[in-house]
Design a protein around this ligand. Sequence first.
Ligand SMILES: CC(C)(COP(=O)(O)OP(=O)(O)OC[C@H]1O[C@@H](n2cnc3c(N)ncnc32)[C@H](O)[C@@H]1OP(=O)(O)O)[C@@H](O)C(=O)NCCC(=O)NCCS
Length: 180
Amino acid sequence: MTPRAITIRLAEPRDAQAIALMSRDFIETGLGWKYDAPRVLRAIRDRETLAVVACESAKGGLAGAITAFAIMEMGDERAHLVLLAVRPTHRRQGIGLRLLEWLIESARTAGMASVHLELRSTNDAARRFYRAAGFYETVLVPGYYRGGEGRKEGALRMLRVLRAPGPLPYTWRPPRTEDT
Ligand SMILES: CC(C)(COP(=O)(O)OP(=O)(O)OC[C@H]1O[C@@H](n2cnc3c(N)ncnc32)[C@H](O)[C@@H]1OP(=O)(O)O)[C@@H](O)C(=O)NCCC(=O)NCCS
């Protein structure tokens, strides 16, 4: 199959339902459904949160179906990658990595020192994916995820360092009028 062109763009309110369903089906399986459409909509509208989607380019240049999405929250210095998923039909085509690199560049531009995330400790595919993207494991948190019927699952925290923590070096100063 010839890979079709993929466009990455900021998520819009009309994408909330599709993103929420992808989160339910590909990320939150067995843990309840926290990222339903209203919550995703709040994330899309939040100024401190980046929500992005990858879309397959449809015929005639129109925007096609969402094949992947990601949500990342920006803190003072730490960005938190909350969710990222690619449709099973589109995996291992580099889409996840492109989406992640897009977010990492945005975090770097926003002055973030590091990007953090958690994933289910049993999610070996995602662990390998994040390692391939330059993340490393920091700590295992037993019982982090809680689903229905007392179900608990451990989380693995991962981190990618973007720069040394602390204030940003001065790279820009406001222009001054020349002394005459
Ligand atoms: C994890 C996930 C996002 C990867 O997306 P993807 O688009 O398939 O990943 P890419 O094609 O960009 O893969 C980049 C590299 O990551 C690694 N990788 C990705 N998936 C892998 C897998 N299933 N097994 C081993 N390595 C994997 C490989 O090194 C891969 O490079 P390669 O294909 O040249 O070998 C996708 O499998 C997914 O959506 N999983 C379900 C949701 C999820 O677990 N999200 C993460 C927690 S929020």
